[in-house]
Design a protein around this ligand. Structure first.
Ligand code: NAD
Length: 384
């Protein structure tokens, strides 16, 4: 029944036949399904269950709230070192189960959990990924995938032999503005790409518990480059669709600053891409929060600032000879989109867009950057 026919058929309470009678109130009726802006969510029993490991700043502020916007993923369990916190957070977010780091392996018997999402300090990414794979679960693992390329390779091999998917949680690659930037950069719309620049940094604050471990090499595996510089490294690769052939870099850290006793502060680097495209990046744990990138093509320049923020993305296009104009797009929840992608990989049994290899490639580039800074020479970035 169309809208007009339905309106005509809507029963109206009969008015008394006198002039003084009040107009009858319309009755409540069911209406046709409205047009949806996004596909309908799956019913809970058909969604893919996620166990979130590590209830720190990122898990509690971004990931667990984003579960409410998922259409294919649902929260099935949380894992915390503190059982009371685990129970409280599980209750708040409707997770039927909670585990500790000690009894986590029991998740093998939990059929509601299909994916384990590792959100721990970087050095624990490999051991928890391997435990989850041994328990028969697929793994979504936070960035950087591991502290070293060797660990990342071991995780990929473990996933392959367990016949489970391993996905690197590169949220930007599931986010609308970045997807649009990839489309424009790779479609030729900007002309042949000449240079990509990206700067990602923020002041690290050891008084924040989430930053305490970030300045300990044994827990983080590295400083600003592993933590935030990885967004720039990843963006240079996903915007161009090319893998860096060589890296050149300089690293500088103030020896008097206690934050940089173990990890680096500022890194400036360049990649030579196989096509001749150059990229230039910077990262820091001591400059003002910055998350920007620019793609310089022969026909146009595309700029994003912020490019990889949690809540805001902005993008401008400047064609040759014209003024820059802003490109407006809807802001959607990138965390939910990323988790739904992992859920789709499980439901459809297909490799995720950002598999373990995607995290490994960035770690190989990061290691080449460190080696170049040590040796003062261009360093070849090895293939996966
Ligand atoms: P956090 O310190 O807030 O959380 C870490 C969690 O691990 C806490 O629950 C903590 O209790 C637990 N933990 C267990 N053993 C620990 C130990 N020995 N030392 C410290 N913590 C320990 O950190 P976070 O900011 O939530 O980061 C966690 C992971 O998520 C990191 O790998 C980080 O790179 C990643 N992350 C990703 C994004 C993103 O946008 N993709 C944003 C922030 C963090």
């Amino acid at each position: 029944m169309d809208r007009r026919t339905l309106l005509a058929a809507t029963p109206v309470l009969a008015a008394a036949g006198t002039a003084a009678a009040q107009p009858a109130a319309p009755a409540l009726v069911g209406r046709p399904m409205p047009k949806l802006e996004q596909p309908e969510p799956l019913p809970p029993d058909r969604r893919v269950g996620f166990a979130v490991v590590g209830l720190g700043k990122f898990a509690l502020n971004q990931i667990l709230p984003a579960m409410g916007e998922c259409r294919k993923a649902r929260l099935a369990a949380v894992v915390s070192g503190d059982p009371a916190k685990g129970a409280r957070i599980a209750a708040q977010h409707g997770a039927p189960r909670h585990y500790t780091y000690e009894n986590f392996d029991e998740v093998a018997r939990d059929l509601a959990v299909q994916v384990v999402y590792v959100i721990l300090p970087n050095v624990f990414h490999r051991p928890f990924t391997e435990r989850a794979l041994r328990a028969g679960k697929h793994v979504l693992c936070e960035k950087p995938l591991a502290t070293t390329a060797a660990d990342a390779r071991a995780m990929i091999a473990a996933a392959r032999s367990a016949d489970r998917w391993l996905m690197t949680a590169y949220r930007a690659q599931y986010e609308g503005f970045n997807r649009e930037a990839i489309r424009r950069a790779r479609s030729g719309e900007l002309g042949p790409l000449r240079l990509i620049t990206s700067d990602h940094g923020r002041p690290v604050k050891p008084e924040d518990p989430a930053d305490e471990w970030r300045i300990r090499q044994a827990l983080s595996g590295g400083g600003s480059l592993h933590d935030v510089g990885v967004y720039a490294v990843n963006a240079m690769r996903y915007l161009s669709g090319e893998e860096p052939a060589e890296a050149f870099a300089t690293i500088a850290s103030d020896p008097a600053d206690p934050r940089f006793r173990e990890v680096e502060d500022r890194v400036a680097w360049q990649f030579r891409m196989p096509s001749g495209l150059l990229t230039q990046g910077s990262t820091s744990y001591s400059y003002r929060e910055t998350k920007r990138l620019t793609v310089f093509g022969e026909k146009a320049t595309l700029r994003m600032d912020p490019a990889t923020d949690y809540d805001l993305r902005r993008m401008w296009l400047a064609p040759e000879g014209e003024t820059e104009t802003e490109i407006l797009l809807p802001l959607r929840n990138q965390f939910a989109a990323m988790m739904d992608h992992m859920a789709e990989s499980v439901l459809e049994n297909r490799a995720p867009r950002t598999p373990g290899e995607e995290g490994l490639r960035d770690l190989l580039a990061i290691e080449a950057i460190h080696e170049s800074a040590r040796t003062g020479r261009w360093v070849r970035v090895p293939p996966v």
